[in-house]
Design a protein around this ligand. Sequence first.
Ligand code: TTP
Length: 191
Amino acid sequence: MSTAKLILGSSSPRRQELLKQVHLPFSVRTPDIDESQIRTNNPVEKVEQLAIRKSQAIPLLDEKEVILTADTVVSYKQQIFEKPKNKETAIQMISDLSGETHEVYTGVKIRSSEQELVFVERSEVEFWPLSEEEIDWYVSTPDPYDKAGAYGIQSLGAAFVKRINGDYATIVGLPISKVVRELRQFSIFPY
Ligand SMILES: Cc1cn([C@H]2C[C@H](O)[C@@H](COP(=O)(O)OP(=O)(O)OP(=O)(O)O)O2)c(=O)[nH]c1=O
């Protein structure tokens, strides 16, 4: 029986749901960082550095704790799309992604008092061509505003998605199957 304690360092309800889905017990401690400090335009570096920063913002309170943090961005034609700041940005992002294929990157950091690791997962998403009406309607809902790339594949944004290549959970914000496997070396098991 493992005595290691998993701490999810994230305010994202989707990351919490994915851990619950595979029956991993955890508690939540929210990181407070200034994401604008990471200036790289390389999506792999960006999600890796942000996952590391979020981890650094959460102290290890005892040697049994294992801190899990993550960051997700959308990448399209050398641009990085984070959460849209307003309606105009959301319209711009969804319009750019309409009819095209983009990538979603999620960086993950896992750390204990004894060891640490970082990895980045990538999935591709193709959108159907979207009408102006469809985009206008979508940005009038709350769905785009707390999500990288201004859409949620697990929520209303599902209607835009023609095809994905890669792990679905990476798009939702946490590549859960890889996380489960990596957590074994930190003595954390769902069963
Ligand atoms: C592309 C996409 C992103 N997202 C979400 C995952 C992340 O929660 C969010 C990207 O923002 P993040 O900065 O990665 O995470 P967060 O601010 O939600 O949470 P925290 O920093 O506390 O860990 O976008 C979806 O929920 N569905 C999607 O289809």
